[in-house]
Design a binder for this molecule. Sequence first.
Ligand code: 9D3
Length: 246
Amino acid sequence: MRIDVVTIFPELFAPFVTTSLIGRARDAGLLEIEVHDLRNSTVDRHRVVDDEPYGGGGGMVMIAPPWIRAAREHGAGARRILMSPQGTPLTDAKVRELAREDALLLLCGRYEGVDERVRRLVADEEISVGDYVLSGGELPAMVLVEAISRYVPGVVGLPSSVEQDSFRRGLLDHPHYTRPAVVEGLEVPEVLRSGDHAAIEAWRRREAVRATLEKRPDLLARADLTRDERTELASLRACKVGQGTE
Ligand code: 9D3
C-alpha cells in the first residue's frame, strides 16, 4: 500500500515512519509512505499557506490553492482523506476498509481549519480520531497509518495476532502476566501456571468478558460472543447486580 501525507510539519513524521512496525514494513516494501511539505505546493515567494477568515473572527484559515496543487501532485488515483475534527470518528471497520485500498492521501490541517473548498474539491471523506481538540491532523494521521498498517498483509508478523485482536471480536483483551511470579505480594492466577491449555483458554475468555462488562459495557451489545460467553456474561451480570455495583 502507498500512503502520501501532506502537512506543514513533515518533520513530525520522521521517527514515526522509520521506527518499529512501520519502519520494518517500509523496509520490507509492504508500505510506501511519503510525507510532503504543503509549502512545496505554494507558488508565491513567501510560501504562504494561511489567511484571515472571510466574515472575521479569531485565528487563521488554511488557503485552498496549495492543497489543491498538493492533491494533484501526490494524490492521483488515491483515496483522499482530510483529517478533521468535523470528520467521522475512526472505527475498526473504517480502518479495515481503508487497508484494502492501493493508495491513500492524508491531508493534515492546522490553525483554525482549512478552507471549505478543499473538502469539496480534493477530499473524498473527512476523518476524526475522537471528540477532543488537538492542534492539527498530524497525530490523527499517524494514528490512522498505524492502525491501517496492522491490517496490511505481512506487516504484523503473526496473522493470528491480527485475527484475534480484541476489537475484531468486540471484546477487550484478557489480563496478561509474565515473570516474576509474585509482584509486591500479587500472584499470577494459578490456572495460567497449570499447563492446562483448555482451562487457560476458558479463563481468558471469561476474563475478557468480565473486563468488557466492567470497563466497556457499551461494547457488549455488538460483541461476537459464543454461547458459553453469553452464559458467562449472564452469570457475571447477575453477580454484579447482587453486589449492588450497578
Ligand atoms: C474552535 C473550534 N475547533 C473545532 C472543534 C477548532 C479546531 C480545533 C482543532 C480546528 C482545528 C483543530 C485541529 N485538529 C485537527 O485538525 C484534527 C483533529 C482533532 O482535533 N481531534 C480529533 N481528530 C482530529 S483529525 C484532525
